[in-house]
Design a protein around this ligand. Structure first.
Ligand SMILES: [Zn+2]
Ligand SMILES: [Zn+2]
Length: 356
């Protein structure tokens, strides 16, 4: 970590002792802060009620936030992001990634920018949904914040984080293709390719983060045709430890050819009480061989989802949106990447996992 030293005048002898005292006091305080700072990689799934905001804070306290929730003049989603930032001990976002230009992902950017210092802003390219009024308004609100400092990435691009490999696997419908990760996928044989979707979801950013042996895959709202292309005829992504399922686990969001091939020890569904977490997707995540524990941001409250909700201990929020306190799910990854802990922000309940 690079600390800025405070201005202390040491040139004049009269002030020297006081200056040294101040400097020593400051250094002691700084090292105390440093000692308390956990050298872990922390990942927060912030409850923005069926939108997305996933915060990654590295052991060096570098930060990457993908998505900012809904446009909320009451700053609900910004405040929930700030609560996670406070828990992580950070006060600014180094990299703000916008997965794609839908309300539940980019809508909260103007409010976030009003309250939180943001370094770089990264996206998949221009919105492809500027043709309708709502899509154009979202794009313009984003451009007001991002113009002059946005950067567009392509699959294979990496963020320059220390000790973490942070690599984009999808952007603007294009997909990563690195020979070293390719693996045969026996699940593709009988599968039928899904229909092509060319909207914003299919243009979503996706990334793969590695720390030692630990790997986290976040797919934004990528569509079934993109999942299928990543999984078949060969799996391009290898296996991962932790997987944020695409599109909040909405209807039809899970392609078992991909879910099974990834073999995630933990799958996270960032659903709201009535958005995402569709019965068929929850069932698919629960039933696919190779997928381990499922953690959900919310209990899905639609009746047909009820039988497929995960264990309540691994569910961060149980109520309707109006009564919701917006608890997070957190992954705490040891600095060597060998193991990690999932924690329910509502209860403190946690489970430990070993990386593959
Ligand atoms: Zn979404
Ligand atoms: Zn909630």
């Amino acid at each position: 970590m690079w600390y800025e030293l405070p201005h202390v005048r040491v040139r004049h002898s009269r002030g020297t002792r006081a200056a040294v005292t101040i400097l020593l006091a400051w250094l002691t305080a700084a090292s105390a802060v440093h000692a308390q700072t956990p050298a872990t990689l922390d990942i927060y799934w912030i409850d923005v009620e069926g939108g997305a905001a996933t915060l990654v804070v590295t052991p060096q306290r570098e930060s990457v936030l993908m998505d900012a929730g809904w446009p909320r003049p009451d700053f609900r989603d910004t405040e929930r992001i700030q609560a996670a930032m406070q828990d992580a001990g950070i006060s600014e976002i180094d990299y703000l990634l916008i997965s794609h230009f839908h309300r539940d992902h980019v809508g909260g950017v103007p409010q976030l920018a009003e309250r939180v210092p943001i370094g770089h802003i990264i996206d998949h390219g221009n919105s492809v949904e500027q043709g309708d009024e709502a899509g154009l308004a979202l794009w313009r609100d984003y451009a007001m914040v991002a113009d002059g400092r946005r950067r567009t990435v392509a699959p294979g691009d990496k963020l320059p984080l220390r000790r973490i490999e942070f690599s984009f696997i999808a952007a603007h419908r294009r997909l990563v293709d690195s020979p070293e990760r390719r693996a045969p996928n026996r699940r593709c044989g009988d599968a039928t390719a899904p229909s092509i979707d060319e909207g914003e979801n299919s243009h979503s950013l996706g990334y793969l983060l590695s720390l030692g042996g630990f790997q986290f895959l976040n797919m934004g709202d990528l569509t079934p045709d993109r999942e299928y292309a990543l999984a078949c005829p060969e799996n391009r992504l290898g296996v991962v430890d932790l997987w944020q399922v695409p599109h909040h686990g909405g209807y039809g969001a899970i392609r078992p050819e991909l879910a099974g091939a990834l073999e995630p020890t933990v799958a996270v569904v960032n659903n709201g009480p009535r958005k995402g977490g569709a019965a068929d997707s929850l069932k698919s995540v629960q039933d696919t061989a190779g997928v381990g524990d499922v953690w959900q941001s919310h209990r899905a409250l639609a009746d047909d989802s009820a039988p497929h909700n995960t264990d309540e201990r691994m569910t961060a929020n149980l109520t309707e949106e109006e009564d919701c306190e917006g608890h997070w799910i957190k992954a705490t990854v040891q600095a060597d990447g060998r193991s990690w802990t999932m924690t329910n922000g509502r209860t403190g309940y946690s489970r430990n996992y070993q990386s593959k």
